[in-house]
Design a protein around this ligand. Structure first.
Ligand SMILES: [Zn+2]
Length: 46
């Protein structure tokens, strides 16, 4: 199955839902972090 909601990501390491935090709303830079294992990913759309 390839169902992947665009507004919700899950941690690739532990599978927990990631919480997102807006770092810079002008550049639309968003950080996704996992509260379980501490993984942090940032997205910066072109
Ligand atoms: Zn995790």
């Amino acid at each position: 199955m390839s169902a992947r909601p665009a507004d919700r990501l899950t941690c690739p390491t532990c599978g927990e839902p990631l919480v997102f935090e807006i770092l810079d709303d002008e550049k639309f830079l968003v950080a996704w972090s996992c509260v379980t294992c501490g993984l942090i990913r940032t997205t910066e759309p072109a």
